[in-house]
Design a protein around this ligand. Sequence first.
Ligand SMILES: [Zn+2]
Length: 268
Amino acid sequence: MPEMPEMETYRRLLSTSVNNLPITDVVINREKSINVPVVTFRNELIGRKIINIRRRAKYLLFDLDSGDSLLLHLMLGGWMYIGGEDDTPDRTKQIIITFNSKQLQFIGLRLGFLHLLKKEALNKKLENLGPELNELSLEKWVSLLQKRRGKIKTTLINQEVVAGIGNLYSDEICYEAKVHPEQTSLTVEQLSNLYHAMVNVMKEAIHYGGYMDNPLYKEDNLVGSFYERRKVYDREGEKCKRCNSIIQKIKISSRKSYICPHCQIVSA
Ligand SMILES: [Zn+2]
């Protein structure tokens, strides 16, 4: 599932591609992906422009010049492509938004959605999310975490604690901080290491365009290039880059998690 760096990469690239272009057509092939009748959705979009694209946690918010917004969550398997009628992946598109010859295509939205919302409804949807990483100081992080029990991986992926971290980056962050993902009580030093690991891993991931499988447009060679740089996630059986131990896959409350059994040890 796309996490903060994937959505942030999309936000940056889409902002330079579709902002301020008039929407000339909208095709909905899967009504469940939207929250209003197709005719309403089309009427509210056609002739409008996207004036700003924001990101909150793993959501993208497309602000329209009408004052309404589109709230996108890609969930598991969703992705986007900017192309045209002759430049399009051979996949079913659940939604296509057209800007004259350019199309923004939404693919793999099985659980994902694109909801048209008024400002109040949008704010209500997002009100329980925790802070973005760039709004979270080390002091605030330490005090937040000292109040929590439970395994650190579970806490890291809890969107109400910190917004935007999911299964892949939580493993990378724990590895970077040399903390076992099942560690429950953490010292201030471990919390500090985790904080700096969060900041560094997410910064690098954004720089390298996150880990999406598919490019956003034909000549895109940014999106997804972080995937080769990951240190542990989905690297079971490979050598740890720090100590040469063999990376293991474990299960934490039915989620898969990857660790170096030498660098990451549960401490008392
Ligand atoms: Zn190691």
